[in-house]
Design a protein around this ligand. Structure first.
Ligand code: NDP
Length: 694
């Protein structure tokens, strides 16, 4: 039975299939409500056997996840997303304590659930319903085709240890968990101490749902400083937090020599560049100002993706400063997120507030000037609606700094992880590109312009320094998901200072949890290992061997390698002319002997490729109603040898890939189709995609 997270002395861990709390809670680290300073709980891992936690993931978690295919795991993610969706209100209540407003909480909680939905859907659309992913085409390595190679992905055999930051306790946990789970790798989530109680509340709901297989998710609430000691080359550690902790962890012997796969996503000095065309009065200028203020104030600026450097044409610096100030004055109400009308909450903790203030002081000492806001304790709206200074609340006014010298190192290297941004001026586009690069690698940059040439110059200039670039203009200002929001479909991470990792990124992030292996062997062995029929492997011509056309077989009866071979059919000049006339495709290669012969690719008039495809369908089809329900497309179509008037061709169709759908009464079958002429030369190759009843 899960202890009540919000009402107990300690935030529990969920390990080895059970809830765990330290014997002596009183010694733990106190965690406080960000707005009031009230102690909510204590956190400690004193006495927790982390090696046993890792072992449980490697054994029980691996075993249970190994029973499921990608599609079955994806369905569980979807089911979990639906379940958590129904519990959101209770998570919002807990989230208020972290200083987050309702909107902040939605980014964290709904955003995290959204990642589960996305991987639940992508996993079924883009991965096979099996456990092996084939990467790229087969490479034939011997003249006779009996020896070939290709790459496959299989899951890593250990655990994914995920260390998360305090700012997004739910999204941060779920965005790492979803791809690991889909890959089949058990997760050990370690939330940051200041907001880990919210992550624990979500894990409590997950455990209550009973949806996940045993061992697939464990939660360690507390410092867990020795987690890396228990990991080896089988495992992965994904870290989000400060660059200094990332550097300490990646110097650990188990990473340096032990082979732990370590990826990190760390704080970065993200930039937003305003194009010279985006002057006041343009929709781009308005969109830019809105974006800067949003990034300063959402989550009180505690976002790894926030805009820290606002890089604008020198002559527009003062316009930008006043427009940002005006929008903050108009929109931002600072206070306890539980109070009516509050739009910006507290920082996560008093420690974090002290850190941010120290960073700002250091920036001011280095030459920054306060262009908007005050470092004094701000007057805020309390939960009861009264207004005043709250000594124990981690509140801070939004601050905008300006810099006389755009080159000052501090503005490009010091991150104040709060509602703080700097405005710096550039003189020409190359200058803007150079200034953006002074951040030494970041997660994201915005380029705001309505001029395609400026967008092209800026984006290609800065792209290699950033993990993601948002192009903002009047066309997407309303529909854009915004500078600060990574989306599960695209890479989240960045080079250099941003840690060098790639979290998210669609199926790419699933593959991060898998090992790519080159496999070599005969086509029959490659077929056996991957479950996908390979050219050159055995075929079973079922009409000849069993008296059954493969189209008469249901999904359950069909085997990869089941095949059909047609008779040869001749294509005459009359056929080609008739096809040209009925379709209207009278391209000269099909209608004009002289012009066709002059073309370097054709011997004279040739059959249309589409004639070949249509006739091939006529050659392989089995017309009676049966298990084949529909042809939903072709893939990888190539016409390799022209088919001249008078030539003949046949088709060989082979069941290549069979993908049962978990929730439907049918599945997908990809058929390898090869058209050959009377000399056995390949005329065309493609895959026919069909739906076949179970
Ligand atoms: P830390 O790097 O100190 O902590 C991040 C996570 O790492 C926490 O879960 C923390 O646990 C854990 N941790 C710290 N040291 C170790 C260790 N030796 N072994 C294992 N785990 C460890 O960052 P903070 O949360 O204190 O934030 C500090 C700064 O990090 C911010 O001011 C900001 O600059 C940056 N940051 C970047 C984020 C990003 O998304 N890139 C997000 C949040 C912060 P515990 O909390 O229990 O100490």
């Amino acid at each position: 039975v899960a202890p009540e997270v919000t009402a107990v002395q300690t935030v529990p861990s969920f390990v080895q299939g059970a809830w765990w709390a330290p014997a002596a809670a009183a010694d733990g680290v106190p965690v406080r409500d960000a707005s009031t300073g009230e102690v909510l709980a204590k956190v400690s891992t004193e006495g927790l056997d982390l090696a046993a936690v890792v072992d449980y993931g490697r054994t029980v978690g691996q075993r249970e996840l190994g029973r499921l295919t990608f599609h079955q795991r994806a369905l569980k993610l979807k089911e979990l997303a639906q379940f958590l969706n129904g519990r959101r209100e209770e998570f919002y209540e807990v989230s208020f304590k972290t200083g987050a407003t309702k909107i902040d909480s939605m980014i964290d909680i709904d955003g995290g659930i959204g990642v589960l939905f996305t991987f639940g859907s992508k996993g079924r659309r883009e991965l096979p319903n099996s456990q092996v992913v084939v990467d790229g085409p087969m490479e034939v390595l011997s003249k006779d085709g009996s020896f070939a190679g290709e790459h496959i992905y299989t899951r890593i055999p250990g655990v994914a240890a995920q260390i998360n930051a305090f700012n997004f306790p739910v999204w941060g946990m779920l965005e790492k968990f979803a791809p690991a789970f889909l890959a089949g790798v058990p997760t050990i989530a370690k939330p940051a101490t200041p907001s880990g109680y919210l992550a624990a509340a979500v894990v409590r709901a997950i455990v209550e749902s009973g949806i996940l297989p045993e061992g697939s998710l464990q939660l360690v609430s507390g410092p867990a400083r020795t987690l890396l000691d228990a990991l080896d080359y089988r495992d992965l550690m994904a870290f989000t937090g400060s660059a200094s902790t990332a550097n300490a962890l990646k110097s650990h012997p188990n990473v340096v020599t032990g082979g732990v796969r370590f990826t990190s996503e760390t704080d970065s000095l993200n930039a937003a560049i305003l194009g010279p065309d985006a002057v006041p009065g343009t929709p781009e200028f308005d969109a830019f100002i809105k974006s800067v203020v949003t990034e300063m104030t959402v989550k009180a600026g505690q976002k790894c993706t926030s805009i820290r450097r606002t890089i604008v044409p020198q002559e527009l610096v003062s316009d930008v400063v006043s427009a940002v100030g005006a929008r903050i004055n108009e929109r931002v109400v600072l206070g306890d997120p539980r109070a009516e009308g509050v739009t910006m909450g507290a920082l996560a903790s008093l420690e974090q507030l002290a850190d941010v203030r120290a960073a700002v002081h250091s920036m001011l000492d280095a030459g920054g000037e306060l262009a908007y806001g005050t470092l004094d304790s701000p007057s805020v709206t309390r939960a009861d609606g009264t207004v005043g200074v709250v000594e124990d609340g981690a509140f801070m006014s939004p601050l905008l700094l300006s810099w006389a010298d755009a080159e000052t190192q501090e503005v490009h290297s010091r991150e104040a992880f709060g509602p703080v941004s700097s405005v710096i001026g550039y003189r020409h586009l190359d200058d803007a590109v150079r200034l953006a690069a002074l951040g030494s690698g970041s997660l994201v940059a915005t380029v705001c312009t309505n001029d395609p040439a400026i967008a092209q110059a800026l984006v290609t200039g800065i792209a290699a320094h950033h993990g993601r670039v948002l192009m903002l203009n009047r066309e997407d200002a309303r529909t854009s998901t915004g500078h600060g929001s990574p989306v599960p479909h695209l890479v989240h991470g960045g080079p250099g200072r941003a840690g060098g990792g790639e979290e998210l990124g669609g199926i790419r992030s699933v593959l991060h949890h898998m090992q790519r292996t080159a496999i070599q062997g005969s086509p029959n062995m490659l077929t056996a290992v991957t479950g996908v029929w390979h050219s050159g492997a055995d075929r079973n011509f079922t009409l000849e061997s069993e008296g059954v056309h493969p189209f008469r077989k249901s999904l359950g009866e069909l085997r990869i390698g089941d095949a059909f071979r047609s008779e040869l059919r001749q294509v005459t000049l009359e056929d080609i002319t008739a096809f040209a006339n009925t379709t209207g495709d009278t391209f000269y290669a099909h209608t004009n002997q002289e012009a066709a012969a002059a073309n370097p690719f054709f011997p004279g008039i040739v059959a249309h490729g589409y004639l070949q495809l249509s006739w091939a369908a006529g050659l392989f089809v089995e017309p009676a109603p049966g298990p084949v329900l529909a042809n939903y497309g072709l893939e990888n179509l190539r016409f390799t040898t022209p088919l001249a008037a008078g030539d003949s061709f046949r088709v060989v169709l082979t069941a290549k890939k069979i993908t049962p759908r978990e929730t439907d009464e049918y599945g997908e079958v990809a058929w390898d189709a090869v058209l050959t002429n009377q000399h056995d030369e390949t005329v065309a190759t493609y895959d026919v995609l069909t739906l076949v009843a179970k």
